[in-house]
Design a binder for this molecule. Sequence first.
Ligand code: COA
Length: 330
Amino acid sequence: MDPISRIDPSINHLFFRGLNATELASTSDFESVLYLLVHGCLPTVDQRDELENRMVELRGLYSRDIPTLNALVQVLDAIRDEQGLSLFDTLLAFVSLCPIIIANQFTKVQGRKAEEPNDNLGLAANFLWMVRGIEPTRTDLDDFQTSLILPMDDPDNPSLTVLHQTLREGEVSDALLAALKEHVGPLHHGAGTQAMAMFEEIQKPDNVREYLDKRVKSGGKIFGLGHRIYRGIDPRAVVLREMLERRTLKTRNEWLLHVSDAVAREGKLLLSEYKGIQAFPNIDLYNAAVNFTFGFPPELNTSLFAISRSAGWIAHIWEHVNKKTFQKGS
Ligand code: COA
């Protein structure tokens, strides 16, 4: 079977189970790509619907006593025992509950209450419904699904490394907790939050050069630039930049496109000058900005990344468990 994800740096493409991830993100939906990552092939219509229906049922396990994702992982084993869930359903419950918890957490911070989950909506649409109280338009939903699918997995990333390390020694819930703790780091999934905070401080393209110059000279990072594997522009950034152009025009946020483009341009020059590297936009440069056009504040970026990445994490766990069972059996 093809790997869950793979980057070919010679062409700067990302593949999920051998399929071009950027094409999938533009044409597919959250549940179908989750199925692909876990099972290795795209689902039939019936398989996809069955998965979505099961995930809707598992949303019913939500309780207000689970305020955060860390808290969810800490009670996951208890939920599994109480409900008599299989390991697979426990993993699916994790993915299904992540957006519900984040929607409740986010709206609470804003001093309001999230809508109750809508059983007629899939994972992405339901999240938008819960936080905004209106069903998303087709374009909003398609864009949001794309932005959730693109970060689902990445073959070389710190949260995946700790997930695998912990899986070798401990329980599934320990591995998920370790991944969650790692994912919030500012150079990892926290980078989107930092990038958007940077854009808000910069405000207009004319300020970019001076702002970034100060930042790099003082040893700071330009969030949204650079990647450990891609040696050119991150293909996910290409898709998101195109989406950002369209969405900023529609939402009258053109400043954001101009500032993020200027960060890409000036940041590249500065990092070449000071660090001697060729730094290209990564997913976080434009993802953070796209999320802003949905009305989401910078600090929500890291949580949205967790919703996406939950799919990749459970695919890796499922693969690990199946390999172990196979090895024991042979
Ligand atoms: N801003 C400032 N400095 C950067 C940089 C950036 N965006 N990207 C790389 N550098 C620096 C590194 O810190 C290193 O400096 P040093 O030699 O003084 O230690 C040097 O340039 C060489 O870095 P390189 O080997 O090309 O990258 P890396 O593999 O060490 O780091 C990242 C990769 C992603 C961690 C790095 O590019 C980064 O921190 N980017 C900003 C955070 C971000 O957007 N993260 C999301 C990644 S998807």
